[in-house]
Design a protein around this ligand. Structure first.
Ligand code: CP3
Length: 364
């Protein structure tokens, strides 16, 4: 007989990550690394060469699955993250994403006017973006309940910076010009992007993502008022629109604004489950401010992975001690791992989190 009436969640051998995001007790602090699949791993470079280029790697479900699994084979990580990119949505909106060696992402048709923004459609996640959902389904099958799978998207503001600047930026003058000289145009874009992100993340959840994270890499370049208006407001709309439960389990949501330490209370007030921290804030302060409402993810400086094993372990110990006793902490780097970090150092980091965190999880 089929057990189609059985509504119990699919089994997970390791659910520390999902438990910590809900501030439930764990045996040790869970850990994963932003950008854990990538160029610091020689096996990643080999698979990317096999695919031809980065976007072809993202579009090939089997190879995207392979690179998702690579860091899990090397390190004792508590979560897998979908291998893809935040710029898949603007690409699906027709902006023409390409990567120039050493220069990062570029768009061949960046947005310059209200007219162009009015013409943009919200992409169908099972249409233009189906390759992402296929990757999610393939990875879930391959993971086979080993650890949970994280889905992700960029925040509307962060996506809009690339869509208007045409690529990476330092001063963000084009998008800020639109924000301050033509705010209706930017708000229309951000609102469309929020709708696109909701549909995209809900499709990832339906395809098997067990938690989702929104990367707001560039929210921290705004003033406090403009952060609320142009970034946080749209992330709050996303949190509201997301599927709350799937496969008999809560689907926790993490919001990460790089350089957002000033605004933790307002980020936590969106109703997200966890707040990502970069290394410019002390995690004890963050916990004192919002730790009764949300879990915290972070927050070691990724450059610490250049240091000696002893120094890495010392830094892990300091952050664990600062967070203190009890659950609600997902250990991570404060931003993506650098591409020239020795992989062994990532292993030292992951093992140190597990070994040194036991003492903070003793039931009283
Ligand atoms: O964490 C993971 O392992 C999952 C994969 C992931 C990638 N990009 C793969 C990738 C995730 C979560 C992202 C998110 C992303 N992409 C962000 C938000 C997080 C952050 O780092 O702030 C941003 C801003 C992007 C846009 C983007 N895509 C940039 C700036 C780059 C780097 C360009 C470069 O040459 O360094 C990319 C490309 C990219 N995305 C790579 C990877 C592994 C490198 C591509 C390659 O193989 O050459």
């Amino acid at each position: 007989m089929s057990n189609s009436t059985d509504t119990s969640p699919s089994p997970l051998a390791n659910d520390r990550y999902l438990r910590a995001l809900q501030r439930q007790s764990v045996d040790v602090t869970p850990v994963w690394m932003m950008r854990q699949a990538g160029r610091y791993l020689p096996e990643y470079k080999a698979t990317r060469a096999q695919a031809g280029d980065f976007m072809s790697l993202c579009r090939n479900a089997e190879l995207a699955c392979e690179v998702t699994m690579q860091p899990l084979r090397r390190f004792d990580l508590d979560a897998a993250i979908l291998f893809s990119d935040i710029l898949t949505i603007p690409d699906a909106m027709g902006l023409g994403l390409y990567f120039e060696a050493g220069e990062g992402p570029k768009f061949s048709r960046p947005l310059t006017s209200m007219r162009e923004i009015q013409k943009l459609g919200v992409p169908d996640p099972e249409g233009e973006l189906q390759y992402v959902m296929n990757a999610v389904r393939t990875i879930r099958r391959e993971l086979n309940g080993q650890v949970p799978l994280i889905g992700f998207s960029g925040s509307p503001w962060t996506l809009a910076t690339y869509m208007i600047e045409g690529g990476s930026s330092k001063a963000f003058t084009k998008i800020k010009k639109m924000a301050f000289a033509e705010p209706e145009a930017l708000h229309l874009l951000l609102d469309k992007l929020a709708d696109a992100v909701i549909a995209y993340l809900n499709a990832q959840i339906a395809a098997g993502a067990q938690s989702v994270m929104v990367f707001d890499t560039w929210g921290g370049v705004l003033s406090p008022r403009d952060y609320n208006l142009f970034s946080l407001q749209y992330m709050a709309k996303i949190v509201d629109g997301l599927t709350k439960e799937n496969d008999g389990r809560k689907v926790p949501v993490t919001l990460f604004t790089k350089n957002g330490g000033m605004w933790l209370e307002s980020i936590a007030a969106t109703g997200c489950d966890a707040v990502g921290l970069d290394w410019t804030i002390n995690i004890d302060e963050a916990r004192a401010r919002i730790g009764d409402k949300v879990a915290l993810q972070g927050n070691m400086d990724p450059s610490m992975l250049y240091a000696s094993p002893e120094r890495i372990e010392q830094e892990v110990a300091t952050i664990l001690e600062k967070y203190g006793q009890g659950p609600g902490h997902v250990f991570n780097l404060g931003h993506g791992i650098h591409l020239d970090v020795p992989p062994e150092n990532a292993g030292v980091f992951v093992d140190a989190v597990h070994r040194l965190s036991k003492q903070y999880h003793c039931e009283k």
